[in-house]
Design a protein around this ligand. Structure first.
Ligand code: PLP
Length: 357
């Protein structure tokens, strides 16, 4: 298998894939695949409950939060959030890049959006200074994107927004380190980076927010309805839920998020250090706002981009092409990318630089 630096769907731990392969045809003596089972039967219910328990353990999720396993991706939640929480009231959004932009555009369909702060003027290379934020104390919630997958910009800490519920799109940073869940009203994430296969969406909601007045919300996006039905109002993404459970078990075996956080910080730091020390490569993001998960970099001579990608592929380093909207390169170094792959990438970059600088 190649070293996979894809931004998503992203690499999964080899041990998880091997286990899924071994269980694929006959799931734990049932004589069928987990994909072929009723979601309401005992064997799948056990899978579902264990996955939730393990996620609660990993993230230390307080009891007054509900965990939902839904479909529709993070993009589905861009609509679900205003529908479940705002009911036409004003909503505060922080704009730090492409994904916050998409969340804003969707929310604007459902009510007035106040852009509290934006780093657009500087090309989304930083986090807007907290002192300049124009928060509305009566907003239904404050939404932000802790990690911008395309720009590689990450909030170094959880912003303090007072008593207004904080809503976070954690798609590309969830499970990368410990976080204090109690600081959030809602955390949501598409699974296809650090959780599991695409098609599953995890939503963690503080219970009091399930009680908010709302208008007509489509059943599949109605958090309270899904909570009452244990995420099984309709057929949940059973295979994704099962595989996420295997990833959670793997993370616990690795020592949990404390241990993952240390490894992830070290992986990112050595890659940024190499890039910063080179005149051949450059990362455009302000050092305090650099992502631990997505590391974009550009070559001083962009006519070498194609050669770089071809040679990387030939060396077993896959999916390093930057997002089509920004160009250049991007190395996504999620939990399943081992430190040895980051070392191999740095070695390749150094060798390429020696040959082409
Ligand atoms: N938010 C962030 C930060 C992302 O990286 C992505 C990309 O997958 C999305 C939202 C969109 O997620 P989905 O494709 O699951 O709707």
């Amino acid at each position: 298998r190649v070293m996979n630096f894809s931004a998503g769907p992203a690499a999964l731990p080899q041990a998880v894939l091997e286990r899924a392969r071994d269980e694929l045809l006959d799931f734990r003596g049932s004589g069928m695949s987990v994909m072929e089972m009723s979601h309401r039967g005992k064997p799948f219910m056990a899978v579902a409950e264990k996955a939730e328990q393990d996620l609660r353990t990993l993230m230390d999720i307080p009891d007054n939060y509900t965990v939902l396993f839904l479909q529709g991706g993070a993009t589905g939640q861009f609509a679900a959030i205003p529908m479940n929480l705002a009911n036409g009231r004003g909503m505060d959004y922080i704009d730090t890049g492409a994904w916050s932009g998409k969340a804003i555009k969707e929310a604007q369909k459902y009510g007035p959006v106040n852009i509290v702060a934006s780093s657009q003027a500087s090309g989304y290379d930083s986090i807007p200074d907290r002192a300049s934020w124009n928060l509305d104390p009566n907003a239904a919630y404050v939404h932000y994107t802790p990690n911008e997958t395309i720009g590689g910009v990450e909030f170094p800490e959880i912003p303090d927004v007072g008593d207004v519920p904080l809503v976070a799109d954690m798609s590309s940073t969830i499970l990368s380190r410990p976080i204090d869940v109690s600081k959030f009203g809602v955390i949501y994430a598409g699974a296809q980076k650090n959780i599991g296969p695409a098609g599953l969406t995890v939503v963690i909601v503080r219970n009091d927010l399930l009680e908010r007045d709302k208008g007509n919300v489509p059943a599949v996006l109605d958090w309270a309805l899904q909570a009452k039905n244990d995420s099984m109002y309709n057929t949940p993404p059973t295979f994704g839920w099962y595989l996420a459970g295997l990833v959670f078990e793997w993370l616990l075996e690795q020592g949990g998020l404390e241990s993952m956080g240390k490894t992830n910080q070290r992986k990112a730091a050595k890659l940024y250090q190499y890039i910063d020390n080179s005149a051949f490569y450059r990362n455009p993001v302000e050092p305090t706002a650099r992502s631990w998960m997505n590391v974009p970099f550009i070559l001083a001579d962009d006519s070498l981009d194609g050669t770089f990608l071809n040679e990387a592929d030939a060396a077993g380093l896959s999916s390093l092409k930057g997002h089509r909207s920004v160009g250049g390169m991007r190395a996504s170094i999620y939990n399943a990318v081992p430190e040895s792959s980051v070392d191999a990438l740095i070695d390749f970059m150094a060798d390429f630089e020696n040959r082409h600088a």
